[in-house]
Ligand binder design. Structure first.
Ligand code: BG6
Length: 487
């Protein structure tokens, strides 16, 4: 990988917001704790509200102290010395003026927009007008980039007029998760799977991203996006790409991203005719999650809404490797458990040599990759059940487990926040784990097809009780092809 210069300043717009306080600033603190931040690296949190540096540090210190890891005073002393808070309006050149002293001292600044995507274009224009967008600066954008292909193009053009593509880092935080990166290691650092990774051996793939949380206070954002645009367009399609892509030549950013784009372009377009058969929209009503009674989405929203909080669909990839292998995707809020899982279901053995009951015991192999809440990879294999029985040999399916949880045990070991990896990559200028413009647009093109098909087929979201696995149609969707979700 070519060496790129390290950044010396991170300006965090939306620096007092939820994402900054829960994820971004703690990630920077942990990077500092582990010695990953460059020596003179500075962080400036910028937001509209007036606040002194001291008040901001107090807030952050309280946030870090409340975390399970607790606060390390030595790290805090070092980290807090890097921090400043500036009240600024990122949408105009004048509003950015208070940042001038920091910018003057920086050689390679990063601008992180933890803001609504509707502001991205204006902020870029303002950064250019203020003279901050030098040829060395980098910009980080949070998903979603737009709400559809057209709006994402508008944002990409506006941002691209100020920063060239190599300096734009579009974040999908799923790509920073340890197990997501492990997918590449599993597929491309073992000889075992690659020869089997195709339609000759694999029956189908399931990708589930289930959350127990509801939308709550986030409804002003969520109501405009829904599960399709909030989760499926980005996180879930990225997972699908990593499962389905061809082996890249190397880990250079464009080698990996070229392969992902090919997958997105091979997704069979959704049409109105398939909408009812191959997809389900749902919206949670009231119910019980984790033993607690919770309200329905419309009650949280305060009025009727056509937004889906659940989506399940069948995606087909029209290429040689995957022809005939359906990918079933489902995601939703207020489901019974938090679980992010990829299951690769292999085909059954072509012929059973086991007679009698053992034949009934036969279960096809399955590779289950758990991303959350626990990280684990299990390969379900058939074994002989121990002991003897009257009818001859019995078989059982047992997991061969990588028990990734164990790698987090021991002094100093902890699960990293996905943003740690990604922030470090922006600092050193490595964009392998970031989403390229054509990738975002290819994903939107396909997702727009789903949204159009829903509209044309008049598909309103079906209600489901909070704490259930979504509308009944989600089961019918997969059972139609004589398969079932692994619940
Ligand atoms: C975000 C979505 O991108 O991802 C949220 O906007 C969702 O709606 C979140 O809850 C899930 O992330 P994670 O890392 O908790 O699985």
């Amino acid at each position: 990988m070519a060496e790129t210069p390290r950044a010396d300043l991170l300006v965090l717009f939306g620096g007092a917001g939820d994402l900054a306080r829960r994820m971004l600033l703690p990630s920077l603190y942990f990077l500092d704790a582990d010695g990953f931040l460059p020596e003179r690296f500075k962080v400036v949190a910028a937001a509209r509200s007036e606040m002194t540096r001291e008040a901001f540090l107090d807030l952050l210190r309280a946030d870090l102290t409340a975390r399970p890891e607790g606060l390390d005073e030595t790290v805090w002393t070092r980290f807090s010395a890097r921090l400043d808070y500036v009240a600024a309006d990122a949408t105009t050149a004048e509003g950015l003026a208070p940042l001038k002293p920091h910018m003057a001292a920086a050689k390679l600044p990063i601008f992180y927009l933890a803001l609504s995507p509707s502001l991205y274009a204006r902020v870029c224009v303002a950064l250019a007008a203020a003279g901050f967008a030098s040829d060395d600066s980098r910009i980080v954008l949070e998903k979603p980039i737009g709400r559809d292909l057209e709006s994402s193009r508008g944002i990409n053009v506006a941002v691209g007029a100020v920063f060239d593509e190599a300096r734009i880092f579009r974040i999908d935080h799923y790509l920073g998760k340890e197990t997501v990166q492990n997918l590449m290691a599993l597929r491309f650092a073992n000889t075992l799977f690659e020869p089997l990774w195709n339609n000759l051996t694999i029956d189908h793939v399931q990708i589930t991203v289930a959350e127990t949380e509801g939308v709550g206070e986030r409804w002003p954002y969520y109501d405009e996006y829904g599960a399709l645009r909030d989760m499926l367009q980005n996180h879930m399609l990225q997972l699908l790409c990593l499962v389905a892509m061809e082996p890249p030549a190397d880990m250079e950013p464009d080698s990996v991203r070229n392969e992902k784009v090919k997958v997105l372009r091979s997704l069979r377009p959704f049409t109105r005719a398939e909408a009812h058969k191959d997809s389900v929209r749902g919206q949670y009503g009231e119910g019980v999650v984790g033993g607690r009674a919770v309200s329905g989405y419309e009650k949280e929203r305060g009025q009727a809404s056509d937004t889906e909080t659940f989506v399940a669909l069948r995606a087909d990839i029209d290429n040689w490797r995957w022809a005939g292998v359906p990918f079933f995707l489902r995601t939703g809020k207020r489901l019974p458990e938090r679980r992010t899982q990829i299951a690769i279901q292999f085909k059954p053995v072509p012929h059973s040599i086991f007679g009698g009951s053992a034949s009934e015991d036969l279960v096809a192999n399955r590779l289950v990759i758990d991303l959350q809440p626990d990280e684990d990879i299990e390969l379900l294999l058939m074994n002989k059940a121990p002991g003897i029985s009257r009818g001859g040999m019995r078989l059982q399916s047992l997991p061969l487990s990588l028990s990734l949880l164990r790698s987090y045990e021991g002094p100093g070991a902890r699960r990293r926040i996905a943003y740690e990896r990604l922030l470090l990559d922006v600092i050193v200028g490595n964009s392998t784990l970031f989403v390229r413009r054509d990738e975002v647009e290819a994903a939107w093109r396909w997702v727009d097809g789903v949204a159009d098909a829903w509209r044309e087929a008049g598909m309103a979201p079906k209600p489901y009780a909070a704490g259930s696995w979504g509308p009944a149609g989600a089961f019918a969707l997969i059972e139609r092809s004589e398969r079932a979700w692994y619940d």
